[in-house]
Design a protein around this ligand. Structure first.
Ligand code: FAD
Length: 423
């Protein structure tokens, strides 16, 4: 049977960026992307769809148009991993063999973890920017709301784009403020966490907006049920002494960020940890047990912020390290844990959070040009005008502008891939 040099699982941000980075380094690699969907979504744009800035069609491209030339697209879903025989199996039962495997299947939005949510999504004032078809419903609700109660929720971590739940709130409030309706709308943000944002440097700027909009922020409140017809949301509220009580809140509109986990087929895979994330070294993104497997994007175990911005820095690291391994070179590219979250605090202003492992700030631009801890018009321009192009035309094309990783020659990659290494 045919053996590919590299098989990539998933044609989302991570899979496409890794394929493009590999091709940019070596045009002769024989690469396949396994991806069942024929549409690729630019998910970071959904916040702006919910805010009435983008149309939803701006966030969607055909999968075919993004597969780098020379890379084969296998339109199928992966069902299982067989790392000891260097193969994966598809839902059809077919096996595909590889010399190196890159795993980027994303994560699962667990709508069913909130009782009653799935059946009421898209009606009764229940919405979410986490789905392509619902982000425009968010904007419909916001535009049409004149008075009443608006609730925004955030589930326990990890979630992709940890700022997205509050971005939805800020853009909605901004619209209500500009149209003189905010005084008649009671806004609250219910988060399962204990802080507004995980990196403290950005919190003061966000708190100012919470105050400006008069939003009530409720910590340690996890949405567990929604009754769409009655328009009641139920929260599990954890008290200071650890006791959990249930609290009901009525709403006219509610924006829900769903709980998120690893995908079901990943939870059962031999390459993941107990939670179902591909178990990688945090710096090299190489699997901790199987040297010819790498992971990137939302579906892997490193403790970075799950964002497309993180993928921008991870893809060159994975590409470099895959090629190092295939060619037997002793050099490893290192991922710093970079992630970024453009917090759209009002239409025209963004607080551009950029940070690495441990919450260390890792700004792309010098502070005199752009101070990420303050709301900035330039950052909004980046988010609205530049980032979609950065994503489609640079990151997914293998151009590594501002994404070149540090390369270390003394950082060993795992080479004990006996069965894998008939290279
Ligand atoms: P995805 O892009 O989700 O792709 C995973 C792919 O794997 C999919 O195409 C899927 O079909 C495929 N797949 C799944 N199962 C299988 C299988 N069995 N076999 C084969 N393929 C499979 N990031 C930012 O950087 N900035 C932002 O402002 C931002 N805002 C966001 C706002 C929202 C509302 C959302 C939802 C996300 C946001 N993100 C943002 C996060 C960003 O979109 C993700 O982090 C990024 O898409 C992760 O890439 P990925 O490749 O891991 O997953």
């Amino acid at each position: 049977a045919h053996t590919y040099d590299v098989v990539i699982v998933g044609g989302g941000a991570g899979g496409q960026a890794a394929a493009a980075s590999l091709r940019a380094r070596d045009k002769h690699l024989d690469i396949a992307i396994i991806e069942p969907r024929d549409v690729h979504y630019y998910q970071p744009g959904w916040t702006l769809v919910g805010g009435g800035v983008f149309s939803r069609n701006q966030t969607k491209r055909s999968m075919k148009s993004l597969i780098p030339s020379g890379v084969e697209w296998v339109r199928a879903a992966v069902a299982g991993f067989h790392p000891d025989s260097n193969s994966i199996s598809l839902e059809s039962g077919e096996h595909i063999r590889y010399r190196a495997l890159v795993v980027a299947p994303g994560l699962k939005l667990d709508w069913d973890a909130v009782n009653g949510l799935r059946e009421t999504l898209g009606k009764n004032g229940v919405t979410s920017n986490y789905r392509f078809d619902l982000a425009s419903y968010t904007w419909d609700l916001v535009r049409n709301m004149k008075k009443g109660t608006a609730i925004f929720t955030q589930p326990p971590m990890p979630i992709k784009c940890a700022g997205a739940p509050q971005k939805a709130m800020y853009l909605s409030c901004d619209h209500w403020l500009r149209s003189n309706r905010l005084d008649d709308i009671d806004v609250s943000f219910h988060t399962a966490g204990g802080v507004l944002f995980g990196v403290p440097d950005y919190v003061p700027a966000l708190e100012k907006y919470v105050e400006k909009y008069g939003a009530d922020v409720c910590y340690n409140q996890n949405l567990v049920a929604i009754d769409g017809e009655k328009k009641v949301a139920t929260f599990a509220v954890t008290g200071a002494d650890g006791t959990v009580t249930k609290e009901d809140r009525s709403f006219d509109m509610i924006h829900v960020c769903p709980p998120q986990t690893a995908l079901d087929f990943m939870k059962a895979a031999p390459i993941t940890n107990d939670a179902g994330w591909v178990e990688v070294n945090n710096e090299t993104l190489q699997h901790v047990r199987y040297g010819n497997i790498f992971g990137l994007g939302d579906g892997m175990s490193a403790p970075n912020a799950k964002t497309a911005a993180a993928v921008r820095k991870q893809a060159p690291v994975v590409a470099h390290n895959v090629i190092s391994l295939l060619k037997g070179r002793e050099s490893a590219a290192i991922y710093t844990g970079y992630g970024s979250c453009p917090l759209t605090v009002e239409r025209g202003k963004v607080v551009l959070a950029e940070f690495a492992y441990g919450g260390t700030l890792e700004p792309t631009f010098p502070k005199w040009l752009l101070d990420g801890t303050r709301p900035s018009g330039l950052s909004w321009m980046l988010k609205e005008k530049l980032m979609p192009n950065l994503y489609f035309d640079l990151m997914l094309k293998g151009h590594e502008w501002l994404a070149k990783p540090e390369i270390l020659t003394h950082k060993p990659l795992l080479h004990d891939v006996d069965s894998a290494c008939d290279f």
